[in-house]
Design a protein around this ligand. Structure first.
Ligand SMILES: Nc1ncnc2c1ncn2[C@@H]1O[C@H](COP(=O)(O)OP(=O)(O)OP(=O)(O)O)[C@@H](O)[C@H]1O
Ligand SMILES: [Mg+2]
Length: 457
């Protein structure tokens, strides 16, 4: 408490007029004055006491305010206090940081104005719900300075005064951007992992299939080679037996000879044996070709670059696919002579099979389905264009087409690996695989191959 330093009033006991009984006057006046002075002293002491109390309360209030201020300041969640009409009365630093706006620009604004348009209806509905349940964990988008959304998980509760009167609402928003990014990253990693797993399973399946095919092809190779050898021997033997019959006939009675020949249908056999043997040899050759293709396709046998006619590979690959089609499209392929390139024939074949298969798939059940294939030379490269008159490819899919597992086919119909593998093979061969929609409709794939692919892959 402060010491009372005020000077007391100097009270003179002499009658100012200097008349009457000075002694009697002095006594009564003095007691009155003493009374007054005592009362004044008490009032003054009370005043000093109140002032001290007030100063103490002020100090406590300031301390409380500083405490609340520091708590609000260090909150990472955004805080908004509104009146009953939804006008902003107080915000904390986190909200200023997130919204990029200063406190003075936020106060007195309607709460929904600081949110993105898509969240405004929800925020506008908050005041209606006041007094009833609090709103928990709804997601709203706060708008930053550039009107970009900042997702917040928002809780909103009613605010009452000390008499229990509804005064407004308190909103607390937790930024979920980081959380969401982390979640999305996790989700993406999970999907990547799943894809890699599927890819592994698929590669393992393909490898097993490849081994099986290679095994079967190898086993077929042996019987085929002795069918070949035997047929060549039979051809020689047949020629010799014919010769023998001709020689023996010279020593027999011509009538008997003729009758014997007719009885045993020797003329017929002689005429048939050559084509039979030729036909069997041709069949064996075809089997041998198929075995070779299977071994190439299985990928087990490492192919070396060779000189081959591209037009022939285009033809074979197209026939492979078309033969298996229920509704065959019209195929237009009119090569102008040979187109010789050096490279891995089996891989070129595989790419073309994929391209033709895709074209056939998109044209399925379309009337007037037409597959156009052309090829030619440009500089040091050969080009092959495979074009269909299907629906074409949506622009947004064009750049995803060569991604692994990109497919628009129904589950179980396509793995989405065909183009991914084809693109890899084309690059491996030193070439390229391009795609675009044709101006007259349908998709068009262009395969580029170096004429001399010996140095690649
Ligand atoms: N000629 C085309 N016209 C329109 N879309 C095409 C054409 N070729 C490919 N596509 C699209 O590209 C996707 C990917 O093709 P890709 O060959 O990689 O896989 P897929 O054919 O779906 O399955 P898979 O080849 O593994 O059986 C297809 O699902 C299809 O949506
Ligand atoms: Mg495909």
């Amino acid at each position: 408490m402060k010491a009372d330093t005020r000077e007391r009033p100097n009270i003179s006991l002499i009658d100012e007029a200097g008349v009457g009984d000075p002694l009697q006057l002095t006594e009564s006046t003095e007691s009155a004055w003493i009374d007054v002075i005592q009362k004044m002293d008490k009032v003054y002491a009370d005043l000093v006491h109140y002032q001290v109390e007030l100063e103490q309360k002020n100090a406590a209030l300031e301390e409380a305010q500083q405490f609340i201020g520091s708590v609000l300041e260090s909150m990472t969640d955004a805080l908004i206090v509104c009146d009953i009409q939804g006008r902003i009365q107080q915000v904390n630093r986190a909200l200023e940081r997130l919204s990029g706006k200063q406190e003075q620009d936020l106060l007195q604004r309607s709460i929904s104005e600081i949110f993105c348009v898509d969240s405004q209806p929800l925020v506008d509905s908050f005041p209606e719900k006041l007094g009833s349940d609090s709103i928990i964990d709804c997601e709203v988008n706060l708008s930053d300075l550039d009107s970009r959304p900042i997702p917040l998980a928002m809780n909103c509760s009613s605010r009452y005064d000390t008499n229990g009167r509804l005064m407004g609402m308190v909103l607390i928003g937790r930024p979920v951007g980081e959380l969401r990014r982390a979640y999305e990253q996790l989700n993406k990693t999970h999907l990547d992992l799943k894809q890699t797993q599927q890819q592994l399973v698929h590669s393992e399946k393909m490898a097993s299939l490849g081994r099986l095919v290679a095994g079967v092809a190898h086993e077929l190779n042996n019987p085929i080679s002795f069918v070949f050898g035997n047929m060549h021997a039979l051809k020689r033997y047949g020629e010799r037996i014919n010769h023998y019959f001709t020689e023996v006939g010279k020593y027999l009675d011509p009538d008997l000879h003729q009758r014997l020949r007719e009885a045993f249908k020797i003329d017929h056999i002689e005429g048939d044996i050559g084509p039979l043997i030729e036909g069997t040899l041709e069949g064996a050759e075809r089997i041998s070709d198929i075995v070779l293709e299977l071994r190439r396709y299985s990928g087990i046998q490492k192919e070396s670059p060779e000189l081959f006619d591209l037009t022939k590979v285009i033809d074979t690959a197209t026939q492979w696919v078309i033969k298996a089609c229920r509704e065959k499209p019209e195929v237009v392929f009119r090569p102008e002579g040979l187109l010789e390139v050096t490279g891995r024939k089996g891989q070129v074949h595989q790419i073309l099979v994929n391209l033709v298969q895709n074209a056939v798939d998109v044209m399925e059940q379309r009337s007037g389905a037409r597959l156009g294939i052309s090829c030619g030379l440009e500089g040091e490269s050969a080009w092959i264009k495979v074009r269909d008159n299907g629906p074409g490819i949506p622009d947004e899919d064009l750049r995803k087409l060569f991604d692994p597992f990109f497919t628009t086919k129904a589950v179980g119909k396509g793995t989405g690996l065909g183009l991914y593998i084809s693109y890899g093979l084309a690059r491996d061969l030193g070439g390229d695989l391009l795609v675009d929609n044709h101006p007259d409709g349908g998709a068009e794939f262009t395969l580029l191959l170096p004429l001399d692919g010996k140095t690649h892959g």
